[in-house]
Design a protein around this ligand. Sequence first.
Ligand SMILES: C[S@@+](CC[C@H](N)C(=O)[O-])C[C@H]1O[C@@H](n2cnc3c(N)ncnc32)[C@H](O)[C@@H]1O
Length: 208
Amino acid sequence: MGIVNPAIEEYLGRVAPPSAGVLLEMERLASMRRFPIVGPLVGRLLFLLARATGARAIFECGSGFGYSAHWFAGAVPAGGRVTLTDGSAENCAAARDFLGRAGLLDRCEIKQGDAIEILERSAGPFDIIFCDIDKRDYPRVHPLLRGRLGKGGLFICDNMLWFGKVAGPDQDDDTRGVRELTRLLYADPGLHTTIVPLRDGVSISLRV
Ligand SMILES: C[S@@+](CC[C@H](N)C(=O)[O-])C[C@H]1O[C@@H](n2cnc3c(N)ncnc32)[C@H](O)[C@@H]1O
């Protein structure tokens, strides 16, 4: 199930300025390989949230070949840092190439391995933690937020409506993972959470 009416989705894509340069190259690669990047609509939201909150330290769980990181890296001020994580060496190498050619590599750190284990080993605090790993693993990130997300920091998570499956009878591991993280986020008194029904659903949680 598409979350947004296709005509509205098309309209949103049409009224926003088109991507260019390396970002456009990444979008074309994603389309060719059917690789699930956040896309330009969510990318702009990530940029906006990072820039509006003055985020300097951003941690990404599941960076793919660096598309979402490109938006974050463009938003952080000089001296800011975006930590990318991905389990695939090939994705990490592609991210290094893309971000290097975009002139953004100086503020990026790329780590290969399990994103949650890397987050566990990272001291923080981070201003933004972004999650886009395998959906069945989504609940694993929640226990780390208390220690790694600074006060006033944002936890942002993609695919929180998971093609609408969250609202239906599906009981597969990925759908259950998304539902469980949603439950944990809303039940956490240290977080103020909302889900924006943009593209496949983006949750935004403020650490209060
Ligand atoms: C949806 S893609 C990420 C797309 C990226 N955020 C973007 O929008 O450009 C998910 C990525 O997470 C990686 N991944 C999945 N589970 C992971 C885990 N537990 N640790 C590290 N990487 C993981 C996959 O290799 C894949 O590249």
